[in-house]
Write a protein that binds this ligand. Sequence first.
Ligand SMILES: [Zn+2]
Length: 154
Amino acid sequence: MTDDQQLRVSKIRNGTVIDHITGGQALNVLAILGIDGTSGDSVSVAMNMPSDRLGKKDIVKVEGKELSQNEVDVLSLIAPAASINIVRDFEVVEKARVERPSMVEGVLECPNHNCISTEDEPVQSRFAVVDDGVRCEYCDTIIRDDLPAHILAE
Ligand SMILES: [Zn+2]
């Protein structure tokens, strides 16, 4: 199947199709988007689909949602090859690859409770994206795994 055919399998009217997610990361993508199934939005997930480029890939389709830049930035950290298709009225109106940012600001919470960014200071969390994870700009704490668990609640 070509990518276009796969997109057509279960069409959504308005929303986002995230394709080329690293195999096995779909549930983390849902966590990043804050989707736990309670909102009533229709969500479809395909896991470990064959992919020429990735070997195996996951696909997530979310009805009624477009992603914020913060969500895209965190997404890029766990699914660097992902493509984001914005769908309106059953047509893909915008298609973009995620780009790995050099920095993510105000998105993740530092796990170090003594870090200035976690105190009641007007300091926004700031992490540099490094090879093996992200590093807090204030206290040098590195988050390697489980990035979705460190996403700040909005
Ligand atoms: Zn910190």
